[in-house]
Ligand binder design. Structure first.
Ligand code: C2E
Ligand code: MG
Ligand code: MG
Ligand code: MG
Length: 279
């Protein structure tokens, strides 16, 4: 299932981009267009509020129909990133996700932004343009920026601040993998920390290690709370994990327990399965 584009007016590139493209990079543009029009699509995974497990948002996740199968981001994101292709792809992702909300198919959506996109000089303007073009209420959009994207990008706090001033919610993705200092963290204009799956996976696994992991999560959640940030636990797969993470104070949960990434038709608001993990 794909979100239909209204009246053929919305491609992957703006008209301005098309004009620029025709000035010399037709071949590359055709390639981008072929790749994106025909083969890329988004799946959406529910994010639930921990207190009652109601679905409050969905994360858009990129997929590539390729060679008769579906390629996952790990297999192409590094190339997309290093080639810079991620910039036009990211524009498409944002527009596609925004339209899903505008069509009433999703209440809210979270969109991933790679380091390369985030540091691109036109990123902010591009987000503004997409909001204007689609009419998306910025309060319905969360941008997920990886903790690692803050490294080596001195303007990161400024760009985050500008995005937030637009009314967009900001999540620090894959938190716990990077080395963000507490000083930097406390000054970041963000709303949510997404605790990386790699340390959620150790919670509730019944080993001594798991207990330590749960205590670690509790400390991070408390720290986040004291800085005014919510917390999303990624990769929640078991009821026990959901229970421990909820008890640890995580405000939101996401993972296969609540729903795998799927087509829009499968994740319509209200249709998402509520798993009563605490019952
Ligand atoms: P991420 O943003 O941290 O997304 C979470 C990843 O964990 C997704 O992998 C999701 O399918 C997976 N996941 C969710 N719940 C569970 C679970 O319970 N168990 C397990 N084992 N995995 C779970 P996916 O879809 O392969 O995406 C991988 C990464 O690719 C994302 O990590 C994100 O960094 C990147 N990515 C995906 N879509 C986009 C996009 O549109 N733009 C950009 N820039 N990056 C994207
Ligand atoms: Mg993410
Ligand atoms: Mg993540
Ligand atoms: Mg992750």
């Amino acid at each position: 299932y794909r979100v239909k584009r209204g009246g053929g007016g919305y491609g992957f590139f703006s008209e301005a981009h098309d004009r620029r493209a025709s000035e010399g990079t037709e071949v590359l543009t055709a390639l981008h267009r072929a790749v994106m029009e025909e083969e890329l699509f988004l799946q959406y995974q529910p994010i639930v509020r921990a207190s009652d497990q109601v679905v409050v948002s969905h994360e858009a996740l990129l997929r590539w129909t390729r060679q008769g199968g579906v390629a996952m981001p790990a297999s192409f994101m590094p190339v997309a990133d290093s080639s810079g292709l991620i910039v036009p792809i990211g524009r498409w992702v944002l527009e596609e996700a925004a339209r899903a909300v505008q069509l009433g198919l999703l209440d809210r959506v979270a969109v991933n932004v790679s380091a390369r996109e985030f540091a691109h000089p036109s990123f902010l303007r591009n987000v503004e343009e997409t909001l204007a073009r689609t009419g998306l209420d910025p309060a319905r959009l969360t941008l997920e920026i990886k903790e690692g994207s803050l490294l080596d990008f001195v303007r990161a706090p400024e760009v985050l601040g500008a995005l937030r001033a637009l009314g967009i919610r900001l999540a620090l993705d894959d938190f716990g993998l990077g080395l963000t200092s507490l000083t930097v963290l406390s000054a970041l204009p963000i709303d949510v920390l997404k605790l990386d799956r790699s340390f959620i996976a150790r919670v509730g696994d019944g080993k001594e290690d798991g207990e330590r992991a749960a205590r670690l999560v509790r400390s991070v959640v408390q720290l986040a709370g004291s800085l005014g940030f919510g917390t999303v636990a990624e990769g929640v797969e078991t009821r026990l994990q959901a229970q421990l993470l909820t008890n640890a104070g995580c405000t939101h949960l996401q993972g296969y327990l609540f729903g795998r990434p799927g087509a829009l038709g499968e994740v319509l608001p209200g249709e998402s399965k509520l798993v009563s993990a605490l019952s």
